[in-house]
Design a protein. Sequence first.
Length: 66
Amino acid sequence: MGDLFPKPPRQRPRILMHVIDAGYADRDKTIVKCKCKKCGYVSDWLVVDTITEAKRGLPCPKCHPS
Ligand SMILES: [Zn+2]
């Protein structure tokens, strides 16, 4: 068997924040607050499409400096 997946040039595990609070703004916007388990960063209120989507996890800006 050959290497189906040669080593990626750089492995970047995504650190995801989890939702700690959720609400609505401007009547039709869903907003969530997220916290990173790894570094403890707590986000501001973020506008998301759906809470379900946010619960999949949002990348932590502290653990992923761009
Ligand atoms: Zn983090």
